[in-house]
Ligand binder design. Structure first.
Ligand code: MGD
Ligand code: SF4
Length: 750
């Protein structure tokens, strides 16, 4: 029995009526215009500006509210470069987050009955906030504020990050870094001295050749990127997709390279070989802007397409043909840097290989390649300096992962478990906007850490799996019911977007800014929260930016002229890159200084044992991670995942389409729920594929509970990237159990 039992949240309260939401019209790769059935005409509706929180593309939108205070539709803001007036199905269905009757409705506090069993009881805000503030005071006195950690994701996390810094801690970690994009950041920064950002600075709309390496645009529905890819295809761009699975993007491609999983670096190096030895690279560009061509030439001399064929299973002629297609399109060519890139633990090096290819093709800073993005710098609302913490997330790493730029989630977990004996330990957590049991690989480590810490407070909108581990649950209002920080992501044109409440928070939920401020006030940190309402902060910031809350309420998005110069490099323009040599580094001086390979090498990864298949996973256009599985609108579009199995494998196992199986991995972990088989040629015989984010274990998610299986439960082997701590998750292999392992009494579930 653990110190903190997992509690399936029990909350009272009447369900809210979910609004009717059916009529979609399709466009492009299934981008939808929002249309809601119902009598209200636009004249009867009041629009409120917001930006979407269903994924992290943050499309600006208008929420239309009728006279009864019901949101009738959410549609894209036409002036917004993230969406160009069109939301994806998830964004349109985001209103389901408001009207989901399973929402967290009131603060909850863990309590123990006389018989020792644990449960959540409803609490007032005052009691819940006092409890969090009292624990923060206690931790500060006993261990120092640094021992209070934060796991955060999305805008709600930002409010708590401010609170933590004011309190004296910078012990925070986000899955969006170590479990997702971190390797890409280290790779592109070490090559170009710049990040690719979100939205990525890929100039897809004008590209002549787009190369996707396991990055399935179209399923990974990042709005304007999908629209631009659709435009590029219409204009005749060549699309090359490298994926062991025949993805939506592969179906729209001129070349689908069905690569053997875990061998991408070999293909990338062979492409580099062809460009260098067939002298197809952009000579003037390379000479003017790059450093290390001679080292690179020497390094790749034996990495021929024939060498790569034996590793990747891709024919040498196909490798040559595709390399030549890229060179023919250069510099209007993009080797897409990817987004969720934590695969095999050498992911920063794979990112470097794509960056080097982009550099050889002269694509960085060129039309149809990568543009130079520019963002608006939003001034911070005045507050005293943050206290200097004695240690931060960097100290967990103890010299490892030197190029990590943010806290590493798995390190935060280890720092919470005494047996790892970290010099700096976490004793309590705040968790805001991240569902760790489904997003953290190695669930055993997560459980051990959650059990070891003295206290966990979770701020969420839904009774997600993570809330079952909390001591205090803080119900946040959804994004359509609150103010949040201004959106100011860099883009072609600098711009800002406003999120304001379209309706009052439902139930007893509160905006994140209010929750953070209330805790802050209880800790004597008023000067860091010197406002009554967050609209004061936004109005002050907007005035510094030459506009006002009043104006932004009318327009939602405001664009500014660029100050940093043109979008692209001029012909022969002198340019100093923000790297050690001031050049684009084909040979990374920084990596060499830290003892890492200065130019990427292919390393062989473990292969599946007989009867086991590599588990690969990805996204579906109607869901984002685990956060949308219970959304009534999106559940209607896709209610569960399936496991894709090649017909040859299905024959061998006598599996049929739609048959339920349990999955078991190389370490004996078994999925908690069964998953349906989908027999399809679209996956290679050595792998299986699942959409991530299903298999929820909290019964209070009345729709999503037990629907589909969780890929995360199968990720017990984590291949850590030594450069920045990324959690490579694709070194896991599964086999099939065709009968319920518990009913059979043969297996103990993981
Ligand atoms: P979600 O699953 O979307 O993201 O993992 P998470 O950060 O855990 O969970 C977000 C949580 O935020 C949910 O509990 C949701 O209810 C809550 N939430 C939503 N809106 C709000 C809000 O407005 N306020 C508050 N307070 N809470 C809100 C994502 C992470 O997972 C990432 S970024 C990646 S790329 C990885 N993907 C991935 C994978 O593909 N496979 C496996 N096995 N693991 C993965 N882990 C990583
Ligand atoms: Fe929302 Fe879709 Fe835009 Fe993501 S891409 S922010 S889900 S509309």
């Amino acid at each position: 029995k653990t110190r903190r039992d997992f509690i399936k949240i029990s909350t009272a309260g009447a369900g809210a009526a979910a609004i009717s939401f059916k009529a979609f019209g399709s466009k492009g790769f299934g981008l939808f215009e929002s249309k809601i059935e119902g009598p209200a005409s636009d004249e009867d509706l009041t629009p409120y500006p917001t930006y979407c929180e269903v994924c992290f593309w943050k499309c600006a939108a208008w929420a239309y509210v009728d006279k009864s205070g019901t949101i009738r539709k959410v549609i894209g803001n036409k002036n917004d470069p993230h969406c160009n007036g069109r939301l994806c199905p998830r964004g349109t269905g985001g209103v389901g987050m408001v009207y989901d009757e399973d929402r967290l409705k009131t603060p909850l506090i863990r309590d123990t009955r006389k018989d020792g069993s644990q449960y959540f009881r409803e609490a007032t805000w005052d009691e819940a906030l006092n409890k969090v503030a009292d624990k923060m005071k206690e931790v500060k006195e006993k261990y120092g504020p640094e021992a209070f950690g934060l796991f955060n994701h999305g805008t709600p996390g930002g409010q708590f990050h401010h609170l933590l810094k004011a309190y004296g801690s910078e012990s925070n970690a986000e899955p969006a870094f170590a479990n997702c994009r971190g390797p890409r950041s280290s790779a592109y920064f070490s090559t170009f001295g710049a990040y690719v950002g979100s939205p990525e600075n890929t100039d897809i709309r004008d590209t002549k050749c787009l190369v996707l390496i396991g990055s399935h645009i179209g399923e990974n529905m990042h709005n304007s990127q999908v629209q631009e890819m659709s435009d590029a295809i219409d204009k005749g761009a060549t699309i090359i997709t490298v994926d062991p699975r025949f993805s939506t993007a592969a179906a729209h491609s001129n070349h689908w390279l069905s690569i053997k999983p875990a061998t991408d670096i070999a293909l990338l190096m062979a492409w580099i070989h062809v460009l260098v030895f067939e002298e197809l690279y952009n000579k003037d560009y390379v000479e003017q802007y790059t450093f290390g061509l001679d080292y690179l030439k020497d390094h790749v001399k034996d990495m021929t397409p024939e060498w790569a064929y034996g590793i990747t299973t891709i024919e040498p002629e196909e490798i040559r043909k595709t390399a030549r297609a890229m060179a023919g399109a250069a510099p209007s060519v993009i080797i897409h840097p990817g987004r969720h890139v934590v695969w095999y633990g050498d992911d920063t090096q794979r990112g470097r290989a794509t960056a080097i290819l982009n550099a050889l093709l002269g694509a960085w800073g060129k039309r149809g390649g990568f543009y130079f993005p520019e963002g608006v710098s939003v001034p911070a609302f005045p507050h005293p300096h943050f206290p200097e913490p004695k240690w931060t997330w960097k100290d967990w790493n103890e010299g490892r992962y030197p190029l990590a730029t943010m806290g590493i989630t798995t390190e935060a977990l280890k720092a919470s478990v005494p047996r790892y004996n970290y010099k700096h330990q976490l004793k309590a957590w705040l968790v805001a906007g991240t569902n760790l049991p489904l997003s953290m690989p190695d669930k055993r480590l997560f459980k051990e850490a959650a059990d070891a810490v003295e206290f966990i407070a979770v701020m969420d909108t839904m009774p997600m799996d993570i809330t079952g581990y909390a001591d205090v649950v803080l119900p946040e209002a959804t994004y359509l019911e609150r103010y949040d920080a201004l959106r100011a992501s860099p883009n072609r044109e600098p711009n800002i977007a406003l999120r304001m409440p379209a309706i009052e928070p439902k139930y007893d939920s509160k905006p994140g800014w209010w929750i953070a401020k209330q805790i802050g006030e209880r800790l004597g940190l008023h000067d860091y929260f010197n406002y009554d309402d967050y609209s004061e902060v936004i109005d002050w910031q907007l005035k510094q930016l030459g506009t006002s809350l009043e104006e932004m309420k009318k327009v939602g998005v405001k664009k500014y002229p660029r100050k940093s110069g043109p979008l692209y490099l001029g012909d022969d323009e002198d340019f100093e890159f923000n790297t050690t040599t001031g050049k684009i580094e084909l040979y990374s001086v920084d990596f060499a200084d830290h003892g890492f390979d200065a130019i990427p090498k292919y390393t062989k990864h473990p292969e599946p044992q007989p009867n086991y298949y590599r588990l690969i996973y990805g996204r579906a256009p109607m869901h984002t991670f685990s956060r949308t599985s219970n959304n009534p609108n999106l559940f209607d579009l896709m209610s569960e995942n399936s496991v894709w199995v090649n017909p040859k494998v299905a024959d061998l196992w006598e599996l049929e389409n739609g048959q339920e199986v349990w999955l078991k991995n190389q370490d004996g972990a078994i999925t908690s729920f069964p998953v349906k088989v989908r027999v399809t040629e679209r996956i290679r015989w050595d792998s299986v594929y699942m959409v991530h984010g299903f298999g929820h274990s909290n019964k209070k998610l009345s729709r999503a509970f037990g629907k589909g299986a969780s890929d995360t439960e199968m990720v017990t082997n984590v291949m850590v990237d030594p450069i920045m701590g990324g959690t490579g998750m694709r070194g896991n292999f599964i086999t099939f159990l065709t009968e319920d392992p518990v009913m059979e009494g043969k297996e103990v579930k993981a």
